[in-house]
Write a new protein. Sequence first.
Length: 138
Amino acid sequence: MIKLQIIGNLGKDCIVKEVNGKNVINFSVAHTERYKDSQGNQKERTTWVECAYWTDRTAVAQYLTKGRTVYAEGSPEADAYTNKEGQAASTLRMRVQNVQLLGNNASEGSGVNTAASSMPASAKTETMASSGDDDLPF
């Protein structure tokens, strides 16, 4: 099994859909890496991960809003395609098994907490439901 773990910010509000009688929450997570190139210039590289969270617990969707910091883990999928300009491109996707809200909305500040304190207890329980793995990346 290949497991992908990402901590990043949502690029837009999530979208909840029903597909063949099952619920899926779609969202995009961005992680920006800052580094110096060989000439010492500061550079940035942002990686986007398209996420699909198949779940009956859609209450978490109201908290998956643009700017929210999340931790998500699941199975990676990569798709190659030709873009509008005719160039080869690829997309990184993840079939999410676990999602956790971290910190606050971007408009509320950028502090990182282990759970979003503004959530009701019932939503925290649903949000932090795990796929059975107890090991955390931090």
